[in-house]
Design a protein around this ligand. Structure first.
Ligand code: PGA
Length: 247
């Protein structure tokens, strides 16, 4: 079955570097059967989108404004993302929460904005090391899911992918046990079933994210209930990310 593979390029690459990256990466994934999505920085979105038009690789953004338009200096709206060819938007990444103090209520508004513009959402959720150590991870996941998805209709969930990313694993090389990921993913599905419906929960796509690379990709992609991967650090290396995409 095809996997959903997202490359979160974070705050890497200027325009020239983006061009070099795409020239190197794109030919290597030409025959991949997976759904590959590249998420460059805002300034590189339009250029990347143009380069992707002749490929099967899709365009995603790393963030979006929680408001539709107006006097919000420095923000980029869902409609702007849509207009440059984005299909997906990453919402609620833990780095947004940590460094930009993003709250679940804001994330909820961002999701509504994206859905209103016909954009698909990758909602990132995950527990901290403290929560895991104190067995509060389920409580934490449930709170994030319920608050971020508040007020959405069941049929809107088809445009939402959940990325399970244990915070301690992001960018650290610290990997959770496969069993822990399997349990967390199954728990996420059970929360969605309780809040929405069994049908929605069973068709929901769930990604794993956190220190995925070419060496461990098979392990994480092979975990029961995991439909794909959200890759940060390894996605900025074209050779390595192509290997991940071609699993
Ligand atoms: P990482 O990042 O692969 O570098 O751990 C994942 C992410 O930030 O989504």
């Amino acid at each position: 079955m095809k996997k959903y593979i997202f490359g979160n390029l974070k705050m890497h690459f200027n325009l020239k570097q983006t061009e070099e990256y795409l020239e190197n990466f794109l030919p290597k994934v030409e025959s991949s059967k997976n759904e590959i999505v590249l998420c460059p920085s805002f300034v590189n979105l339009m250029f990347t989108g143009q380069k992707l038009t002749s490929t099967k690789v899709l365009l995603g953004a790393q963030n979006v404004a929680s408001e539709a338009s107006g006097a919000y200096t420095g923000e980029v709206s869902a409609s702007m993302l849509k207009s440059v060819g984005a299909t997906y938007v990453l919402v609620g990444h833990s780095e947004r929460k940590k460094y930009f103090l993003e709250k679940n209520e804001t994330i909820n508004k961002k999701i509504q904005e994206c859905l209103g513009q016909g954009l698909k959402v990758v909602l990132c959720v995950g527990e901290s090391k403290y929560e895991r150590a104190n067995k509060k991870h389920k409580q934490s996941l449930e709170k994030q899911l319920c608050e971020c998805l508040k007020g959405l209709y069941d049929n809107e969930l088809k445009n939402i992918i959940i990325a399970y990313e244990p915070i301690y694993s992001i960018g650290s090389g610290v990997l959770p046990k496969a069993k822990e990921v399997e349990e967390a993913v199954s728990y996420i599905r059970s929360v969605i079933q309780a809040e929405f419906s069994e049908k929605t929960a069973s068709s929901l796509k769930i990604l794993y994210g956190g220190s995925v690379n070419a060496e461990n990709v098979k392990t994480f992609a092979g975990i029961k209930g995991v439909n794909g991967l959200l890759v940060g650090g390894a996605s900025i290396k074209p050779d390595e990310f192509a290997k991940v995409c071609n699993i």
